[in-house]
Design a protein around this ligand. Structure first.
Ligand code: FAD
Length: 621
């Protein structure tokens, strides 16, 4: 349909049906906002542009947190999972990360299904080319066919589509991702906002025809027998589980790649953008780790009724003939047929320092940004930002204060704070090492950390709220039982538990703080605990393991909170602070931290400079 017409006034309008957009639209709709999701192609909602997998280290934590707020990514990953693995299983629970390989088509189908059937949510197909404005504020969007959609707030989640440029060897063409056109008109419109923009790049491997792989000659990797699911509400993985294959590059593979480096888009000088250091292309690996003789490749089936295989570890921007040659040099892939070549994509991103911690743009009221457009990479990072932007856009639409996620409360808070305070110089991805409070920010307790907040904000449904309340009651009762009786060193030793004896009586909870003491051990000591719900017992064991450390961590958090109480006024004049270096003044003006703790994390900030700031804020109070 063409022509200029208004459909209706929405509360929240989300542009883009990728991972950020879906989560933003669902979060806004769950919060009661009348929401529209506008995307290029309805059938592409929830598409996985790169690997068919969700979660991993740090990323799995994000998915659990999204789920704790009743988000959709975890449920869809569980419904489509064909191999679940808990990474770092042998390490402590704080750094374990749930990961699932998905059936790509089922993931997309489930996401579309949930989105089509969500209350308060309308899907509109179309390309957004312009914004409707009132003064400097965004009040809606305009589609390529002339349709105007009015909205109180707009969340933009256009991913890799802004001035997207695809590279395969020395061939480059405009595109948002393989098979999709880029968003050049929207990119031009965004130029008018005069935002600090940069260029980033990312790449994906060639897809292989699984029928041409010699699986019987490859090492096999099965998933876990007892899958760790993402959603706190899921009980069972519904799909058949599959194994992956493992193979390795070799000296011949490396020679082929090295001999053709000048033909790679990344190394042939065709790409200006910065790539992800933590997810390097195979060209990058050969150059950066020149002394390594081989690199591991996971051959991941893309679905149960799909012969496509994703070779994880060999993303590339080499020409197709070189891709074929290096793939066929690898054991088990000698006859492998490439179904879609690997490619790199370069795209615009907005420096996230211009965003507030609710992901709204400071200079354009009503406009929120989430996902790859903010310089991140990964489905989970995108979805987590979508959740924050969608929630806040809905709150702003009904005149409520923004909600901020704290660093000591969630990985979501860590990511948003990192992005809005430090900005990005390369695609940002989540790691457990980014979280200073990681002992308490575990994937297993994401619901205890965030579901109460979600219930308060009105974005958690009744079913989840009831399940959570029942779980909390069971946990409280279980903890009380684990802490009520204490045992003498003699009783403890008699049960077979071996700990350094210091003459102290200990409760089962205190005993579980010793890494070598298991739940089975304490049940031998206190047999009446044997009837504890196994899930509850396991959860309390994890808490007990970290209890002493977390107490210390709590004190650190309190100290940080005291600083946080010093809010910095939005119009604070940094130039008027005598003694601050010109460089720091410029950085502070650029970032405009909301409080002192955020200022403290700015690159180059010193305790002395913080003291000057604090002095000036107190003077003005
Ligand atoms: P996307 O998933 O890209 O979704 C953007 C959506 O916006 C699309 O639905 C699109 O149709 C829509 N859209 C865009 N412009 C408009 C418009 N003007 N009007 C209406 N709709 C619009 N991540 C990793 O973690 N590791 C990797 O190795 C990796 N490699 C990648 C390789 C490639 C080639 C690509 C393309 C992506 C890769 N990713 C990788 C990134 C991952 O796909 C993204 O991080 C994630 O999909 C970002 O989610 P998003 O919601 O921000 O954007």
């Amino acid at each position: 349909m063409t022509g200029v017409f208004h459909v209706k006034q929405f509360d929240v309008l989300v542009v883009g049906g990728g991972h950020a957009g879906c989560e933003a639209a669902h979060a806004a709709a769950r919060s009661g906002a009348d929401t529209a999701l506008v995307t290029m192609k309805k059938a592409d909602i929830g598409i996985m542009s790169c690997n068919p997998a969700i979660g991993g280290l740090g990323k799995g934590h994000l998915v659990r947190e999204i789920d704790a707020m009743d988000g959709v990514m975890g449920k869809v990953a569980d419904a489509s999972g064909i191999q679940f693995r808990l990474l770092n299983r042998r390490k402590g629970p704080a750094v374990q990360g749930p990961r699932a390989q998905s059936d790509r088509r089922v993931y997309q189908r489930e996401m579309l299904n949930l989105t089509e059937n969500a209350k308060n949510l309308t899907i509109i197909e179309g390309e957004v080319v312009d914004f409707l404005m009132e003064g400097s504020a965004v009040t809606g969007v305009k589609l390529a066919d002339g349709t105007e959609l009015a909205s109180k707030t707009v969340v933009l989640t256009s991913g890799t589509f802004l001035r997207g440029l695809i590279h395969i060897g020395d061939v480059s063409y405009a595109g948002g991702r393989m098979g999709d056109k880029e968003s050049s008109r929207l990119a031009k419109r965004i130029d008018d906002f005069d935002l600090p923009l940069g260029r980033l790049k990312t790449g994906t491997p060639p897809r292989l025809d699984g029928r041409t792989i010699a699986w019987d000659r490859l090492e096999r990797q099965d998933g876990d027998d007892d899958p760790t699911l993402f959603s706190f509400l899921s009980r069972k993985a519904p799909l058949r589980q599959v194994a992956c294959g493992i193979t390795h590059t070799n000296s011949k593979t490396h020679d082929i790649i090295r001999d053709n480096l000048s033909r790679s888009a990344m190394y042939g000088g065709h790409i200006d953008g910065t790539g992800p250091r933590y997810c390097p292309s195979i060209e990058d690996k050969i150059v950066r780790f020149a002394d390594k003789e081989s690199h591991q490749i996971f051959l991941e089936p893309e679905g149960l009724d799909d012969d496509t295989v994703y070779p994880n570890g060999v993303s590339t921007s080499l020409p197709e003939d070189v891709q074929r040659a290096y793939i066929q040099s690898i054991a088990g892939l000698e006859d492998a047929v490439i179904m879609q070549p690997g490619y790199a994509i370069e795209y615009d991103f907005v420096d996230p320092c211009v965003l507030d911690a609710d992901l709204s743009l400071r200079s354009v009221p009503g406009l929120y940004l989430a996902g790859q457009i903010n310089g991140t990479t990964g489905y989970e990072e995108a979805a987590a930002q979508g959740l924050v932007a969608g929630l806040n856009a809905a709150r702003s639409a009904r005149g409520d204060d923004p909600v901020y996620f704290r660093r000591d409360q969630s990985y979501i808070g860590v990511m948003i704070d990192d992005l809005t305070t430090r900005g990005v110089t390369e695609p940002y991805r989540m790691f457990t090492s980014r979280a200073e409070f990681r002992l308490s920010l575990r994937a297993d307790n994401a619901d205890q950390r965030l579901t109460p907040l979600g219930i308060d904000l009105g974005c958690v449904g009744t079913h989840r709220a009831e399940c959570f309340t029942r779980k909390l009651e069971k946990l409280d009762a279980g903890r009380e039982r684990m802490m009520s009786d204490s045992f003498t060193p003699k009783q403890i030793a008699a049960s077979g538990i071996k700990i350094n004896q210091d003459g102290t009586k200990r409760t089962p909870f205190q005993l579980l703080a010793f890494p070598d003491v298991s739940l089975d051990d304490v049940v031998r000591l206190a047999p009446d605990l044997g009837d504890l719900d196994p899930e509850v017992g396991l959860q309390i064991s994890r808490e007990a393991l970290y209890a002493n450390y977390i107490e210390r961590q709590k004190q650190d958090v309190e100290r940080l909170r005291k600083d946080e109480s010093y809010a910095i006024p939005a119009d604070f004049a940094y130039q008027a602070v005598t003694g601050l270096s010109a460089e720091l003044k410029a950085k502070l003006e650029h970032v405009r931290p909301g409080d002192l703790s955020q200022a403290a994390r700015i690159d180059g900030m010193t305790p002395a400079a913080l003291a000057l700031l604090l002095g000036r804020i107190r003077y003005l109070e």
